[in-house]
Design a protein around this ligand. Structure first.
Ligand code: FO1
Length: 335
C-alpha cells in the first residue's frame, strides 16, 4: 500500500511513528512543510523536515518534539558572546551540523529535495521524505507590535512571541511562484491513500496545499483522503493552531477544520449514479472521542466521520489512530 502524508512538525512526526507501526509494509511518502524554514547565521534551518527526520530516525529530543537529543549549546553561547543574534531560537550543537551540511550542499547547487535525501541517508527514517517544494517559501504572520502592523517570520511569531498576540494574516511568502518538488505530484498520483495527520491546518498542511498543483493533485488522485483532527475539545493539542485558524477565519473546533479542508468529490461514482460534487479534499475525518458530538455536523458536510481516541500518548495509541484512519479509507473506498 502506497501512503502519502502531508506532514508539518511535531504532531505530524509523532503520527508517522504510529503509522509506520500500524502499516509496517506500507510505502510511505511524506510531503514535508518547508514554510517554517528560517535562515539564521548564514544557515538554512528546516524545522519540520528535521523534526520528521529526527523523530523517525531516532535522534529527536523526545520531550521537546524538536531538535536533537543530548544537545549542548556551546555554539549558541559563543554567538551570544559575540552579540550575534537572534538568541530566541534554540539551535544546539548537534543540530547546527545538520544545518551546516544542508547549507553546504545547497551552496554547491543541490536542490533541497536532494539535500533532504542525503541527510536521510544517515537517519534512515523509513519513509521517503520530500520537501513540498525546492523553492524558497517562508510563512510570515501579520501582527500588531508597538502600535504598528508588521509581518514577522512564523518562527519569530511562534518562538519569540509564543503566539501571544493575535495573528491578523498568515502568508506563505513565495508559495505562488513555487513548484512542487520532484516526486511530489507523482507520489500523490500513485498513492492508494492520502492522509492529513494532526498537523497545523494553516501553517503546516495549509502551507503544503498552497504550493500550486498540490491541492489539485490530491483532489484528482481519486483515492481516499482521510484527515485526523489536530483540534481536540475546541483547542489544539499543542502549538498555536487556534491563533492561526482565527487569522484565516476558521473557528478552533474539529468540525470547523474539517469544513475548512472541505468535502471531496466522492470517489468514482458507480453505474452512472449521480454524486454531489465537493470542491474540498476530505473523504473522511477522525475526531477525538470528546468531540463525538461533532460527528453529525461533519457527516452533514459530506465527510465521513468517526470519533476515536486521538491523543498520541504513546506508540500504541498513535498506531491505533493510524489504523482507524486506514480503516476509514477502506470504508470510503468500498462505499
Ligand atoms: N521551538 C521553540 O519553541 N523554541 C525554540 O527555541 C525552537 C528552536 C528550534 C530549532 C530547530 C528546530 O528544528 C525547531 C525549533 N523549534 C523551537 C520548533 C519549531 O519552532 C517548530 O518545530 C516548528 O517550526 C513548528 O512546527
Amino acid at each position: 500500500m502506497r501512503i502519502v502524508v502531508l506532514a508539518g512538525g511535531i504532531g505530524g512526526a509523532r503520527f508517522l511513528r504510529g503509522l509506520k507501526a500500524a502499516a509496517p509494509d506500507a510505502d510511505i511518502t511524506v510531503i514535508g512543510n518547508t514554510g517554517d524554514d528560517i535562515h539564521l547565521f548564514g544557515l538554512k534551518v528546516c524545522p519540520d523536515l528535521d523534526t520528521v527526520m529526527y523523530t523517525l530516525g531516532g535522534g529527536i529530543n523526545e520531550e521537546q518534539g524538536w531538535g536533537r537529543a543530548d544537545e549542548t549549546f556551546r555554539v549558541k553561547e559563543e554567538l551570544a558572546a559575540y552579540g550575534v543574534g537572534p538568541e530566541w531560537f534554540g539551535l544546539g550543537d548537534r543540530d547546527f551540523a545538520t544545518h551546516i551540511v544542508r547549507t553546504q550542499m545547497l551552496s554547491a547547487g543541490y536542490p533541497l529535495s536532494a539535500v533532504t535525501e542525503a541527510l536521510c541517508d544517515r537517519w534512515q527514517p523509513g519513509v521517503r521524505l520530500l520537501p513540498m517544494s525546492d523553492d524558497r517559501i517562508e510563512t510570515h504572520v501579520a501582527v500588531d507590535e508597538d502600535g504598528e502592523r508588521r509581518a514577522i517570520h512564523f518562527q519569530e511569531y511562534w518562538v519569540r512571541l509564543r503566539a501571544s498576540v493575535p495573528a491578523h494574516a498568515v502568508v506563505p511568502v513565495g508559495a505562488d511562484q513555487a513548484e512542487p518538488a520532484p516526486g511530489v505530484l507523482e507520489a500523490i498520483a500513485e498513492a492508494d491513500v492520502v492522509l492529513f495527520p494532526p498537523s497545523n491546518p494553516v501553517v503546516s498542511v495549509g502551507t503544503i496545499l498552497a504550493v500550486p498543483g498540490i491541492r489539485e493533485a490530491i483532489a484528482e488522485a481519486g483515492v481516499p483522503v482521510i484527515g485526523l483532527s489536530p483540534i481536540v475539545g475546541d483547542a489544539p493539542v499543542r502549538g498555536m493552531a487556534d491563533k492561526v485558524l482565527a487569522a484565516v477565519g476558521v473557528e478552533s473546533t474539529a468540525a470547523a477544520v474539517a469544513r475548512h479542508y472541505g468535502a471531496a468529490r466522492p470517489l468514482a461514482a458507480r453505474d452512472g449514479e449521480e454524486r454531489a460534487g465537493g470542491a474540498g479534499l476530505l473523504h473522511g475525518w477522525l475526531v477525538d472521542s470528546v468531540d463525538a458530538g461533532a460527528v453529525q455536523e461533519v457527516a452533514a458536510a459530506g465527510i465521513r466521520c468517526r470519533a476515536v481516541p486521538l491523543m498520541m500518548t504513546d506508540l500504541d495509541a498513535t498506531a491505533a489512530m493510524a489504523r482507524e484512519a486506514l480503516a476509514l479509507a477502506e470504508e470510503v473506498r468500498a462505499s
